[in-house]
Design a protein around this ligand. Structure first.
Ligand SMILES: *Cc1c(COP(=O)(O)O)cnc(C)c1O
Length: 392
């Protein structure tokens, strides 16, 4: 199928489909660990790369390939390599593209496990990381060293929804002979396409919005052919492989991504506006609100504000826990990107490994609540929060 010129919404439904001899309409799930060759010469040609086709499911599976091709079309990437989880995708990016003695500049406001990976694991193997402000490109420039190879950012950040200027960071990375990798988990290609803004690599935790219903783990790395060859070689050798079952679930998830992201964003904007007008709420952080510090930038590089809303209560942890515990609809869980709204107290869960001083420096107060707004009716979500807000 010629994908040239098709709208991303069409690509999400049509790109990547490969049919077997049965011409199934919905894509098949290839639950097999290996593939049979017609004869010894075909086996040799597959192994040498002279002939394309599946070999062994650690590194080739048609269900996984369909997911990779569809996501690549949606991000506008030359190639996508799928992984078992978002963390495996981040690890593979570094293992596939960097060597000991090289340096990473990373946003201070990134996923907790990503911080641990850079600091505690990759640090042991001689890859050093400097953490800087997501919103101040000058700090990135100042952190560059002769051995810097990678810039790593998430935008908007979790849980404060800080927005980074992707084009500015890409320019600084390229002047510094480094690549910019963007963890696009919060926006997905439905709202933001970092490669079009100058980034070299896009990373996904497919576990979140790409699946969209909290069913499976998955990850992906996307970018140009040459970079992705390094990432793929790591996958083929080390084996953090996405299963065919999960790939199939994710493939189906992509078909509704654009619709879901529009609804998540509309519901989040409605909830954020309502919270901002609520007398018991001190501060609301949502990129789609005019009051957000990087609102103009967010509206330039994203189509909408996304599904994550954070808000702060003056009463600290007691008030936050009261509001969380009074909810009857929302799920108290750290996951996000689900049809079901989730509510989190970052200071005592996702960010509890930081010291109180580190949390204060990061702007994560004890009264902060993060909501990943789902697809329930916004009126019901407001009533769910109002139950607790009435108690404080
Ligand atoms: C969840 C998440 C990850 C890690 O993904 P897993 O699929 O859980 O391994 C990475 N980055 C961000 C922004 C996330 O939210």
């Amino acid at each position: 199928m010629n994908l040239e010129g098709l709208h991303p919404d069409t690509l999400a439904v049509r790109a990547g489909t490969q049919r077997s001899q049965f011409q199934e309409h919905s894509e098949a799930m290839y639950l097999t660990s290996s593939f049979v060759f017609g004869n010894a010469a075909e086996a040799a040609a597959r192994f040498s790369g002279a002939e394309p086709g599946p070999i062994y499911a650690r590194f080739t599976n048609p269900s996984v390939n369909m997911f990779e091709e569809r996501l690549a079309a949606m991000e506008g990437a030359e190639r996508c390599v799928a992984f078992a989880s978002g963390m495996a995708a981040i690890l593979a990016t570094v293992m596939g593209l960097m060597r000991a003695g090289e340096h990473v500049v990373a946003s201070r406001s990134i996923f907790g496990s990503t911080v641990q990976l850079f600091q505690n694991i990759l640090g042991r193997f001689g890859v050093e990381t400097t953490f800087v402000s997501p919103t101040d490109p000058a700090e990135w420039r100042a952190a560059v060293k002769p051995n810097t190879r990678l810039f790593f950012v998430e935008s908007p950040s979790n849980p404060l929804t800080e927005v980074s200027d992707i084009r500015a960071l890409a320019d600084i990375a390229h002047e510094s002979n480094a690549w910019l990798a963007v963890d696009n988990c919060f926006c997905t290609p439905a709202l933001q396409r970092p490669l079009q803004l100058g980034a070299d690599i896009v990373i996904h935790s497919a576990t979140k919005y790409l699946d969209g219903q909290g069913r499976v783990l998955g990850g992906a790395v996307l970018g140009g052919k040459a970079l992705m060859e390094g990432v793929y070689t790591f996958l083929r050798t080390a084996g953090p492989t996405l299963s065919a079952f999960n790939a199939w679930v994710l493939l189906k998830g992509l078909e509704t991504l654009s619709l879901r992201m529009r609804a998540h964003s509309a519901h989040a904007l409605e909830l954020a506006s309502w919270l901002e007008a609520h007398p018991k709420v001190d501060r609301v952080l949502y990129p789609g609100l005019a009051s957000h510090p990087q609102h103009a930038l967010a509206m330039r590089q994203q189509t909408t504000g996304g599904g994550i809303v954070a808000f702060e209560l003056a009463g600290g942890k007691d008030a936050a826990w009261k509001v969380i515990d009074a909810t009857q609809i929302m799920s108290i869980t750290a996951n996000l990107g689900d049809t079901r709204t989730t509510i989190t107290h970052p200071a005592s869960t996702t960010h509890s490994r930081l010291t109180p001083e580190q949390r204060q420096a990061a702007g994560i107060g004890d009264g902060l609540i993060r909501i990943a707004v789902g697809l329930e009716h916004p009126g019901d979500l407001q009533a769910d929060l109002d139950r607790g807000l009435a108690l404080i």
